[in-house]
Structures are given as C-alpha cells and as structure tokens.
Design a protein around this ligand. Structure first.
Ligand SMILES: *[C@@H]1O[C@H](CO)[C@@H](O)[C@H](O)[C@H]1NC(C)=O
Ligand SMILES: *[C@@H]1O[C@H](CO)[C@@H](O)[C@H](O)[C@H]1NC(C)=O
Ligand SMILES: *[C@@H]1O[C@H](CO)[C@@H](O)[C@H](O)[C@H]1NC(C)=O
Ligand SMILES: *[C@@H]1O[C@H](CO)[C@@H](O)[C@H](O)[C@H]1NC(C)=O
Ligand SMILES: *[C@@H]1O[C@H](CO)[C@@H](O)[C@H](O)[C@H]1NC(C)=O
Ligand SMILES: *[C@@H]1O[C@H](CO)[C@@H](O)[C@H](O)[C@H]1NC(C)=O
Length: 493
C-alpha cells in the first residue's frame, strides 16, 4: 500500500507537458496549455431539438460557458444562454469540464459552433437527431471497451497482459471509425479510456517517462490523451456514452499481484465520468449518464447501468459484496432502490412503436456470452427487456465479438432472426485497449451464432426500415465486414 498524500501536494495545473500519442490519421492535437483554448470536444443528443456540447479547458473560464452557433461555419450569429452552461471539475482533475445545453434547434439539421472565450479558429459541427417517427434509413456505430491507443495504451509494444498488440501500421478502431463515417452517432456503452490502468502500466514498466509517484497526474494524462484522440470524431458527431467498470475501477485492472493499490479521487465512484459527460437523462427521466434513453428517427435507444443500481436487492458484480468478490468498484448507488428498473419499465412501456418500431438497449456487461457472464445483470434486466419486446441488446465488457441468437431465459427463439419474439443479443467488446483482446471459451455457448477473438472491430447498425435491421462487425484494420446478420420483424409500418 503506497501512501497517497505525497501525490496530492503537487500543484494541480503543473503537469501539462503530455506526450500525445502519435497516430497517423488522428489529427494532431496541440499540447494544451493553461489558456481557455477548448480541447476534448464532445457532443450528445438532447432530444431532436437539443444538444449537449462539451469541451475542456486547462484554466477555469471567467464566466459560465457559452457557445456561438449557426447554420454556416462562417456565420455563427447565435449565442447560448449562460444559464444553460456549467463548468465542473474535481480536486485531482487537471482540467475543467464545460457543458452547454442548446435548445430549440431544428431536428436533423447541421449546425456549426465554437466555444466563447477562445482564440482558436476551429469550428465544430453536429447534426441534430432525426425527428421521432422519421422512418428514413440511417446507420449508427457502436463501440464498447475502447481505450487509449498509442505509446501509452494499445500499441505495437503492448505490456504484459496483451494478447493482440497492433501490427505496425495497423489501422486502429478510432482511425477506422474516422475512415468509415457513414454513421450518424457513436454509442459507447462503457469502458472509456482505461485510464485506471495507469498504475498497472507503471508497474509493468510501460510508462518510462512518468512514475508511480506522479499519481493522479498520470491517470489524468491518460484520460486527457484519450479524449484528445476521440476529438476528431466527437467534434463532428454525437458520442453517447454509458457506465462501465473502468469508469470506477480501483483495483487498477489487475494490480493485485503487485500488492499495490492506489485509488485516486477521479477514479473512484464514476467521478471523472460524471464530470466529463452530459447525457439526455433529464430529457428521458433517467439519471445522469447512468441510465437514459433517446430517440433517433425510427429507433428508441436505451442505455442501462450494469455497474450500480441493479435493483431487486442485487449488487453490481464489482460493488463491495458483489459476485466478483472484491470491492474493485466501490461505487454507487446513485438512485433509490429499484429506481433504475422502475425507470426502465416505465420508459419501455411508453415507447410508441408506430413512431419508433425499433427498440435497442445497451448495458456494459453481457449475460449471453461464451466468456464471463453477468448473471445478476440477467436477473435484473432480462425479463423486462423481453417483456417489452426490445429488439436488440448490445454489450461488451468481455473483449471479444460474439453474436448470439434471439433468446430468453436460456431458450433460443425458434424463429432465429426471422421475426423472433425474443431479444437479439450481441457482445462486442473488441474495440481495443492496453490489454488487447480476451479469449472466447473453448466451447462456444449453444446460442452463439458467430464469434471472434482475433480482431479489433466495431459494430455498424443499419436501420433500413421498420422491418429490417442489419448488424455488421467491422474489422478495424481494413474496414471489411467480418460478420453480417439481418433481423427481420414482421410488422406494419
Ligand atoms: C497557449 O496556447 C496559445 C494558443 O496556441 C498560444 O498562443 C500561447 O502562447 C500558449 N501559452 C503558453 C503559456 O504556452
Ligand atoms: C486571446 O488572445 C489574447 C491576446 O493574445 C489574450 O489576451 C487572451 O487571453 C486570449 N484568450 C484566450 C481565451 O485564450
Ligand atoms: C517517452 O518520451 C519519449 C521522448 O519524448 C517519447 O519518444 C516516448 O514515446 C515516450 N514514451 C511513452 C510511453 O510515452
Ligand atoms: C458514490 O456517489 C454517490 C453520489 O454522490 C453517493 O450517493 C454514493 O454514496 C457514493 N458511493 C460511494 C461508494 O462512495
Ligand atoms: C426461466 O427458466 C426457469 C428454468 O430454467 C424457470 O424456472 C423460470 O420460471 C423461467 N422464467 C421465466 C420468466 O420464464
Ligand atoms: C426494408 O429493407 C430491406 C433491406 O434493405 C428490404 O429488403 C425490404 O424490401 C424493405 N422493406 C420495405 C417495405 O421497403
């Protein structure tokens, strides 16, 4: 056990000479300094007429954050209200998280914006959500378990735990998402950055330029680098996120063998995650970034939380007393007992399937997977997702790709993908991070229909119309589709 106090006396803004990952096609982000210049640009839907716009600054803004916006990059006549802006941080953060909520926008319309208090010339953009009930086809991208890429994360010389280092010149998932931008928004249901691996990476000799004594500076530096890597994507498209264990892990992802535990404040209890993102929970009756829903055209998307607040008296697997047998994630609860499940029931009950025939849900941990499943998640959520005819459930956590059959309570739907009654399950935790990929069980589960533990990749969801939905597993290295399957639902549109 290392004492923590000597890490905390360092000046909070003193460590700004980050080494940024050198990624060929991810735009080179300027080394940030202590001005108000915006970094880590990100955006999220807030209904079809609203957006959450967020960016970080190394210095505290002199007033509540606001943005200039408009319909053309050269004409930004509107200024958001200071009442719709907030800056938040936490004691060990190196930055301020600035959030602005825009309202009264037009649906499915492209806007351009830039933060106020900035000399930077960069203009960012977003397209608002398609109106609920708009049945035009669209594509969404899904990643789970996507961490820092580059010399301090997943790279060609990955540390001890890694099964699949990148090959020299191999296109990684962030780059692949950039090359194939046919998607409207990116959905990332948990495990964002893997900055909690900082201690493990130090112990494995992977961070030669810093030491354990640098403590939270290393953690925050990994986080900041990851958010910079995402900015070329997330400054142009919405990034919808949900909670994963690595937003709260305090066992540093496998440092137990080293008999060292340092759990720094930004790492505990989803602190960084709660500060960094703004999801449409007030718009959907949900809770912060933990559980919420949003419509996009003909689809109702639901993010649920498998880490905390399982309800039914159940604990998340990594909560103290949980099934993982260690308080690796000493976090939550964030709501009242059963608040999440009551919200979920209510949310699903109120979906207008005429307008949004498709309902797609995502939670970080899977329960149908040929690997370590989350039985308590299944107990908490499966019956509800089935009862309200959710079409597709996506998850990750296990770092493999596996497409299951539509299934309920262990019984495979006899119809397969041809108008099943039961929800379809897909696990895709193969986006890539420091530890590479996991290995599938030697014998695949009987409900398994396609599986891979060899390639990094992301999921492309194509909503063709109200009856056909295609899922593709896209191999990041070359953009090829390694698995494609189409779900058919026999319904009148
Ligand atoms: C901070 O960045 C701005 C914009 O790139 C630059 O003009 C300024 O000189 C930098 N300040 C310091 C202290 O490095
Ligand atoms: C913009 O530049 C001016 C002049 O260099 C400087 O005084 C001001 O602090 C800068 N503003 C920001 C937001 O960095
Ligand atoms: C350490 O610093 C050197 C020199 O700046 C740099 O080339 C190298 O990539 C850094 N290593 C890591 C893991 O960041
Ligand atoms: C985590 O934060 C929530 C909200 O502030 C709080 O209610 C809860 O007690 C915290 N849990 C732990 C384990 O610190
Ligand atoms: C699920 O299956 C078990 C036996 O495998 C059965 O006891 C239980 O009643 C089933 N639950 C539902 C909701 O069908
Ligand atoms: C829906 O899309 C599928 C896949 O593109 C297509 O085969 C089917 O004909 C479409 N249905 C209607 C009613 O257009």
């Amino acid at each position: 056990m290392l004492p923590m106090k000597h890490h905390l006396v360092l000046p909070l803004l003193g460590f700004v000479s980050f080494v940024l990952a050198d990624l060929p096609s991810v735009s080179h982000v300027r080394v940030p300094n202590d001005t108000f210049e915006p970094v880590q640009i990100r955006q999220a839907y807030a209904g079809s007429t609203g957006m959450h716009l967020s960016w970080n600054t190394f210095a505290k803004l002199p007033a509540p954050p606001t943005v200039h916006y408009g319909f053309s990059p050269t004409f930004l006549p509107f200024l958001s209200s200071p009442h719709n802006g907030e800056s938040v941080t936490y004691p060990t953060s190196l930055t301020y998280n600035n959030h602005v909520r825009l309202k009264q926008l037009f649906p499915n319309t492209k806007y351009y914006w830039k933060p106020a208090f900035s000399n930077a010339s960069s203009i960012f953009s977003f397209t608002t959500a398609r109106e609920t009930g708009d049945h035009t086809p669209f594509t969404a991208a899904v990643v789970v378990d996507l961490g820092l890429i580059g010399p301090q994360g997943l790279s060609t010389t990955v540390g001890a735990g890694a099964a699949h280092p990148l090959q020299p010149g191999e296109i990684n998932t962030i780059q692949s998402l950039q090359q194939h931008q046919d998607w409207d928004f990116l959905w990332h249901p948990g495990d964002i950055a893997y900055a909690d691996y900082w201690l493990k990476e130090e112990l494995q000799g992977f961070l030669p330029n810093t030491s354990i004594a640098d403590g939270f500076h290393v953690y925050e530096s990994l986080l900041n680098q990851f958010y910079d890597e995402m900015t070329p994507l997330t400054s142009q498209k919405p990034w919808m996120v949900g909670p994963g264990n690595h937003e709260a892990n305090c066992d540093n992802g496998g440092t137990k063998g080293y008999d060292v535990t340092i759990c720094i404040p930004g790492q505990t209890n989803f602190t960084g995650f709660r500060n960094h993102f703004r999801m449409p929970s007030s718009e959907s009756g949900g809770l912060e970034n933990f559980w919420f829903s949003f419509n996009h055209g003909m689809v109702h998307f639901v993010q649920f939380d498998t880490e905390t607040d399982l309800g039914h008296g159940l604990l998340g697997p990594d909560q103290p007393g949980g099934s993982a047998g260690n308080p690796g994630e000493d976090s939550g609860p964030f709501g009242l007992a059963d608040q999440q499940i009551q919200w979920l029931i209510n949310d699903l009950k109120n979906v207008d399937r005429k307008k949004t025939p498709w309902v797609v849900a995502a939670g970080h941990r899977p329960w149908y997977v040929s690997g370590t499943a989350c039985p308590e998640c299944r107990e908490a959520f499966e019956a509800t997702l089935n009862q309200y005819s959710v079409d597709l459930v996506m998850s990750g956590h296990v770092h493999v790709y596996e497409r299951s059959a539509p299934i309920f309570n262990g019984t495979v739907d006899p119809n397969g993908l041809n108008n099943p009654k039961f929800p379809w399950y897909i696990t895709n935790g193969a986006a890539g991070h420091y530890d590479g990929l996991d290995t599938l069980s030697a014998t695949l589960a009987p409900y398994s229909r396609a599986a891979s533990d060899k390639y990094y990749g992301w999921s492309r969801l194509v909503f063709h119309n109200c009856t056909h939905l295609t899922h593709e597993f896209v191999k990041s290295a070359d953009g090829t589709v390694l698995d494609s399957a189409t779900l058919f639902k026999d319904r009148k549109c």
